[in-house]
Write a protein that binds this ligand. Structure first.
Ligand code: EMZ
Length: 386
C-alpha cells in the first residue's frame, strides 16, 4: 500500500520559516509554503506579478530560454487580464454542456475498455496521455484524429526524458500551432483557433501572436497536470479497492472525492511571480525583481487548515485547496479537468472491479532542497472487469 502515497516534503520548512528556497537556473525562487501566505500572495497581483517583461519567468523551472510567446491570460496582469479572460471563459466552461460530456464519456469509456481488454497497461503513455490528448480535441473543438500526433509527442511538451527543458521539442509545438492558425485563417471552422481569430478585445482583433499565446497555454497547462491527476488516481484506486467500491455505492460523494484527490495530488507543485517592489513575506525581506512561488502542494498539506492533511479523506467536508491556484489566475482549464476526473471515476466504478499495480517508476521533482513525488514516469497496471 505504498505506491499511491504522496509525502509532503515541505512540512519542516513550512512550520519553521513558512518559506523555502530553491535555485532554478541561477534565478532563485523563494517558495511560499503556508496556505494563508500563498493565498495572500496570489491575491496581491500588484506586488507579485505574472506579466513581467521576461516571458516564461513565472514558471518554475523557468521557461525564459525556451519560449518568447506570452501565454495568455496566464502571463498578463489586471486590468488587461480581464479582457482576455472574459473573452475565453465561456469557451472553457463548455465541458458543463451535456453534448460535451457525452463525447468525453465516449472517449474515456474507450480508454478504460481498451485497458480492460489487455493483460496489463502502462498507464502514463497508454492510458493517461491518450485520454488527455483525445479530451483536448473537445476543448479545442477540432477533429478527434488530431490527437494521434499529440500522443506521439509524449507526456510533456517542453521536456524530454533526459532534459528538463527542451527547446527543440517546444519548437515542434510552436510550429504546429503556427500552422494550425494559418490553416484556420484559410479555412475558418468552429475551433478555438477560429473563435480567437475572429474575436475582438478592447475594440481590436487579436494578433496571431496572441492567439498562439492562448493556444500554447491550452496545450501546455493541462498536459502533465491532467496526466498526473489521472495516473495518480489509478494508483490510488488500485491500492484502495474499498474506496472504488464506495464510489460505486455512494456516487453522491463523487465531487467531494475529486476535490480531495486533486488536493492530495496537487498536480502542479507551484507557480511563480516576479516581485515588483521591496516587500516582506513571512517576516522575510524580499527584493524587487526577485522571484517568489506560491507552493500549492505545500499549502494543500497545511495542518492549520486541513485535518489529517496527509491522508486522502474522500468525503472531506471543508476543502479550501489551492490545487487550481487562487485568485485572478485560477485555473482556466479547471472545468475541463474536473469533468475528466468525474467521468473517469464514474467509468472506473461502473466497469472496473479492481486494479493491480505490477510495476511503478515514480516521478520525483527535484526542487533543490526538496524532493517531491508528483506522479509516475511509468505505471504498469492490470485492470480487472467488473
Ligand atoms: C505553463 C504552465 C501553466 C507552462 C497551469 O500551468 O504549465 C506548465 O506545464 C507549462 O510548462 O508553460 O503553461
Amino acid at each position: 500500500m505504498e505506491k499511491s502515497k504522496f509525502e509532503d516534503p515541505f512540512k519542516e520548512a513550512r512550520q519553521d520559516k513558512g518559506f523555502g528556497e530553491m535555485n532554478d537556473q541561477n534565478d532563485p525562487v523563494k517558495m511560499i509554503l503556508g496556505h494563508k501566505d500563498v493565498r495572500k500572495c496570489a491575491h496581491n497581483w500588484k506586488t507579485f506579478q505574472s506579466g513581467g517583461e521576461e516571458v516564461g519567468r513565472i514558471v518554475v523551472p523557468s521557461e525564459v530560454h525556451i519560449r518568447d510567446t506570452r501565454q495568455i491570460p496566464f502571463e498578463v496582469d489586471p486590468p488587461q487580464h480581464k479582457s482576455y479572460r472574459d473573452l475565453i471563459d465561456p469557451w472553457f466552461k463548455r465541458p458543463l454542456e451535456a453534448d460535451y460530456q457525452t463525447k468525453l464519456t465516449e472517449i474515456i469509456e474507450k480508454v478504460v475498455e481498451d485497458a480492460l481488454a489487455e493483460d496489463n497497461v502502462e498507464v502514463v503513455e497508454e492510458f493517461a496521455l491518450k485520454l488527455q490528448s483525445r479530451a483536448l480535441t473537445l476543448l479545442l473543438n477540432i477533429p478527434f484524429e488530431a490527437s494521434e500526433l499529440w500522443i506521439s509527442w509524449g507526456t510533456h511538451v517542453f521536456r524530454s526524458e533526459d532534459t528538463a527543458l527542451d527547446s527543440d521539442k517546444a519548437n515542434i509545438l510552436y510550429d504546429y500551432i503556427d500552422a494550425q492558425i494559418d490553416k484556420t485563417i484559410a479555412n475558418p471552422d468552429d475551433s478555438l483557433y477560429a473563435l480567437l481569430l475572429n474575436a475582438e478585445i478592447d475594440g481590436r482583433k487579436l494578433s496571431k501572436e496572441e492567439v498562439k499565446g492562448v493556444v500554447i497555454l491550452t496545450f501546455a497547462g493541462g498536459r502533465d497536470t491532467v496526466i498526473n491527476a489521472v495516473t495518480n488516481s489509478i494508483a490510488y484506486f488500485a491500492e484502495h479497492p474499498k474506496s472504488l467500491e464506495r464510489l460505486r455505492e455512494q456516487p453522491e460523494i463523487l465531487n467531494t472525492a475529486i476535490e480531495e484527490l486533486i488536493r492530495y495530488f496537487s498536480p502542479l507543485t507551484q507557480m511563480g511571480r516576479v516581485v515588483t517592489e521591496d516587500t516582506q513575506v513571512c517576516e522575510h525581506a524580499i527584493k524587487a525583481q526577485s522571484r517568489i512561488s506560491m507552493c500549492w502542494a505545500s499549502a494543500n498539506r497545511d495542518e492549520r487548515v486541513f485535518e489529517n492533511a496527509n491522508e486522502v479523506v474522500l468525503d472531506r467536508k471543508v476543502n479550501p485547496h489551492v490545487a487550481f491556484g487562487f485568485g485572478t489566475h485560477n485555473c482556466l482549464g479547471a472545468t475541463h479537468a474536473r469533468q475528466i476526473m468525474k467521468i473517469l471515476l464514474t467509468t472506473l466504478s461502473k466497469k472496473v472491479a479492481s486494479m493491480e499495480i505490477i510495476e511503478a517508476k515514480e516521478n520525483i521533482e527535484g526542487l533543490d532542497q526538496f524532493k517531491r513525488k508528483v506522479g509516475f514516469d511509468s505505471l504498469q497496471v492490470q485492470f480487472n472487469t467488473l
